[in-house]
Design a protein around this ligand. Sequence first.
Ligand code: SF4
Length: 504
Amino acid sequence: MLFANAISDNRNVRSQMFNNQQSIKNVPSNTQEIPGYLQLYQTPPGENISLTEFDEIAMERLKLLKNFENCKDSHPMHTEEFKNKFRKTCDKIKLIVFPDLKPTSSEDIAELWRRDNIGHFILRLAFCRTPENQKWLTQIEGDLLRFRLRQEREVVVDSSLSAVNFPIHKLSSEEKKEMEEDLEHACQVLSIDMKNKAFYKVDFIDAIELIRRGSVHLKKGFAYFPFEDLVTILVSKMKNTTMAAMARAFKHLAILEEEGRLLPRLARLSNNAYSGKDYNGEQADGSIIITRHMIDKLAVRSFAPCMKQMHKNLRLNHHLKYGARRQYGLFLKGIGLSLEEAIAMMRDEFTKKIPSDKFDKEYSYNIRYMYGKEGRRVPQTAMSCATIILNNPPSATDCHGCPFRHSEKQVLKQKLSGESILKKGQVELIVDLAESNQYDKACTRYFEFTHHLEEGGLGQRITHPNQYYEESQKIIAERIAAKHTSDSQTSQKSEPKEEQMDTQ
Ligand code: SF4
């Protein structure tokens, strides 16, 4: 009986989805029908797209959002530096219309509009599975929309607004005139600016943020505000809609389980929120060969806290449990440690506690498996921060995972305070970021402070332990090169003196 109910429930939801599919066919599909190029993400795409295009657009959007986040990390959003940096990204990733990079052909604008719409809705589906993912996507999409709206002229925003059914009404000149004095005082607008300023009204429920700020005029259940505040209303509306839609989508995803084509793609997208390169241990020609004897030094200088923690544990206890063996082993493979060196390094440690043949029987198979020499014979790639943070959380006796995500506040504070390189204020900042679930930001600040960079000096977020390692090695190499140059310049300067002395 229960089973029958479940089937009929599924059927109902499916037929509801079919009806929705019919209604979203009304989305503008050709250039003439597109009223403005600015998306407010009210209507999901209704057309058929190939799986190849699905993958391509989704990855591009993820890359765009990650780049936007990195730009935000280096410069405040209102600055020219931010705008210039992000403009370059938009120019490379053809996905949204950047205000001053607007293509001249209407076909190109329509195509960007379409890709913008599809990318946003695919990520909603991909990121609806965990509260952390939902929060990240909503926040970053909200910030991106805020930035785009702030760059736009009033007429473009009005045109986009008229294409969706938000209950926001622009005041006519008569309406504005009638309440001019009230608007001027309540919205704190200079009387000299009143003439050219547009005002809008919305149900007061949709203007809670502005009401809290005390910058609206309230009358008969409506909130009145100037154009500048329209951005706040539109962004918070979009964020609320996105959160609610993701909660609904999560419920309905169960119905897609039978599809088998879409779900693995969506899981890949959200698990791999990191959209950079795969670290599989293939080293570029000319890169330094890593041996097990170098690991102790590298760990101190260039390992992310998660890897440092496991390395320390290995040296201390001469053992690693399965979760740590995989996380740390794939990381070492990713930085270029060969299979032979990896086995030798683990054997050196493990055999301090167990006989060598036990190690060969029980542990070396897994190491060879990671390098693609056993089982399915597929070499595996190192885990990104998203995978480490979202999957396989450690128990109290494990040492894998991410210290920013999986350590208690006090324990994390204690660990960071133990690092003499970090000042008290820096430790507090990192702990606060970790407390507010911004693990990647906490790790980025940790990287910057321990590499003597200023806050935001890295210019990107840490989203992969191997990226952490590579960036650290890059900085160290640059500093060594700079020191060599300055040393040789100093010795060149001192040479003429010696010549002079010689000739005297
Ligand atoms: S944020 Fe990533 S790199 Fe940093 S400690 Fe956590 S898992 Fe490691």
